[in-house]
Design a protein around this ligand. Structure first.
Ligand code: 3PY
Length: 251
């Protein structure tokens, strides 16, 4: 592949700090010879344990969200400075679960992305169509729109630190995976949208992951596709062996 693949676990609301330490200690030796970037995005309270456990290994730690203001009266939110101080490098933004259950919109996704970039965090921005949108034939339109909205006011220089994850909503947490061709096509629409906004050279450099029930059994085929530069991994990132198989598939 032309681009460096990134395999990022998205733990969602799983694992306590003690479980975090145990799981990362189990994973470390299994992914040590990876030839791709290895990231674990974990719940906020697990971050100190994760950073400590990952020390000296090739595992990078990410968060699952970040607020778009520096500080202030935003009960329950976490700022980029807080994450930076803990040693976080990546942050998932706009996962469909946040869009569906927590009122995340294309606008707040954009604001969070801009703040992450301003503060030196690498955003993993999630986009994806629902089953209804796909069946109506809007997949390309929707993916291009979401991608451009998320990247509004992101500079060409900042774009180098952006990762996009194409996650068809119908494949998230459902056990249904997009076929490798559907994943490649969706990622291709995202890349085309970036090319329309930043030019083809810039678009060719952007890491675009596939996400949505990627697992140890399908990662090889998915990551072999031209436009699929690794994955954002839900359930399979909670198991050390499965996660390591996915990392090897992308290496
Ligand atoms: C999944 O694997 O289902 C995900 O949502 C990854 O983010």
């Amino acid at each position: 592949a032309k681009r460096k693949a990134i395999i990022a676990g998205n733990w969602k609301m799983n694992n306590t700090p003690a479980q975090t330490t145990a799981l990362i200690n189990e994973m470390k030796p299994l992914v040590a010879d990876a030839d791709c970037e290895v990231v674990l995005c974990v719940p906020f309270v697990d971050i100190p344990a994760a950073v400590e456990a990952a020390k000296g290994s090739n595992i990078k730690i990410g968060a699952e969200n970040v607020h778009f203001k520096d500080s202030g009266a935003f009960t329950g939110e976490v700022s980029a400075d807080m994450l930076n101080e803990l040693g976080v490098e990546y942050v998932v933004i706009g996962h469909s679960e946040r869009r569906t259950y927590f009122g995340e919109t294309d606008q707040t996704v954009n604001l969070r992305t801009l703040k992450a970039l301003e503060k030196g965090l690498k955003p993993i921005v999630c986009v994806g169509e629902t089953l209804e949108q796909r069946e109506l034939g809007y997949t390309e339109t929707l993916l291009k729109f979401q991608t451009k909205m998320a990247l509004t006011n992101v500079t060409a220089e900042q774009l180098k630190n952006v990762v996009i994850a194409y996650e068809p909503v119908w494949a998230i947490g459902t056990g249904v995976t997009a076929t490798a061709d559907q994943a490649d096509e969706g990622n291709g629409f995202v890349r085309a949208a970036i090319a329309e906004a930043y030019g083809d050279d810039a678009a060719q450099g952007v890491t675009i992951q596939y996400g949505g029930s990627m697992n140890a059994g399908n990662a090889d085929e998915l990551t072999s596709k031209e436009n699929v530069d690794g994955g954002l991994i839900g359930g399979a990132s909670l198991k050390a062996h499965d996660f390591s198989v996915i990392v090897k598939a992308a290496s």
